[in-house]
Design a protein around this ligand. Structure first.
Ligand code: GUN
Length: 297
């Protein structure tokens, strides 16, 4: 029987340290770190993520700047806000919650391109992605960074391991696969990236020492798809109907945790695994941007 990795607890430890560092800098007369968040439209999951991001950043002692725009917002409305935050010295980090509404999805890349790369705490700007691929210091996208931090905390090395990532999204699968592939600590793995066009998926996943599921399909990874003793990282956050819950749904991952747990050595649960780490890494990226800014003046 495997064990559940407590992402909430790891997050709390890191967030406590962030808070202490912020308090110490503020006591020396520095300003607060600033995180600006933009939400366009009323996607319920995005609203919930943004609420958590704001709450956590305030708890860490940050200034939180938030703007919500209606579903009908134009590209110009968004550009104006990003421009203002790019110029604002109290804003260290800028986050545009994705996905954008349907009529703006095709413009996502142009919109992200407009964020000053030194404030791109999501690590989505092409300059930062370029640096990531080159192995240069940069903002590492929050979910991939959170997954690496979980492995570090649990003492699960990646060197020489067979790692399979299911999902090739720009936010998780792709950057994570690159990080595992890079030379050095928590890289140096043999990486396979699987996706909707992959043939014989179970044959690939069952070879993985570390299996990452980031596809957004409830209980997609089943017991027969995993290797005995593997580590499984479940990135999925899927809402499934549940009339026994007051809100009418519950959150489940991409992994059939109950059955997979019998075979593997460790697994991140949903909720309480990768999710809290994503937010914590956003705080860490913002703290790092802030420290650069306050030492630059
Ligand atoms: N949507 C899902 N995950 C993320 C994330 O990490 N950052 C942003 N901006 N949007 C997301």
């Amino acid at each position: 029987m495997g064990r559940l990795i407590d992402g909430k607890m790891i997050s709390r430890e890191i967030q406590d340290n962030i808070r202490k560092e912020v308090d110490s800098l503020i006591s020396k007369g520095k300003r607060k770190p600033g995180l600006a968040t933009l939400l366009v439209g009323d996607n319920p999951a995005s609203q919930s993520y943004i609420r958590s991001k704001i709450r956590s950043s305030e708890r860490a002692g940050f200034n939180s700047f938030h703007t919500s725009l209606p579903e009908t917002a134009s590209r110009e409305d968004i550009s104006d806000i990003i421009d203002r935050w790019n110029r604002d010295d109290n804003v260290d980090g800028i986050l545009v919650q994705l996905p954008l509404p349907q009529h703006l999805i095709g413009e996502t890349n142009e919109i992200l391109l407009q964020i000053d790369p030194s404030k791109d705490v999501d690590g989505f700007h092409p300059v930062n992605i370029g640096n990531l691929v080159k192995g240069n210091p940069t903002f590492i996208p929050c979910t991939p960074r959170g997954i690496i931090e979980i492995l570090k905390h649990e003492g699960i090395e990646t060197t020489g391991k067979d790692i399979v990532v299911i999902g090739r999204s720009q936010i998780v699968g792709l950057p994570l696969a690159i990080l595992f592939l890079l030379k050095g600590s928590f890289g140096d793995a043999t990486v396979t990236v699987c996706h909707s066009r992959t043939r014989n998926l179970p044959e690939k996943t069952s070879r993985a020492d570390i299996l990452v599921a980031a596809i957004g399909k409830p209980h997609f990874v089943t017991e027969d798809m995993v290797k005995e003793g593997a580590t499984v990282i479940d990135v999925g956050v899927n809402r499934v109907e549940d009339s026994t819950r007051e809100r009418g749904y519950r959150l489940v991952g991409d992994v059939d945790t109950e059955n997979v747990l019998k075979k593997v050595s460790a697994i991140t649960p949903v909720p309480g695994g990768v999710g809290p780490m994503t937010i914590t890494m956003l705080l860490l990226n913002t703290l790092e941007a802030y420290k650069k800014n306050i030492t630059a003046v």
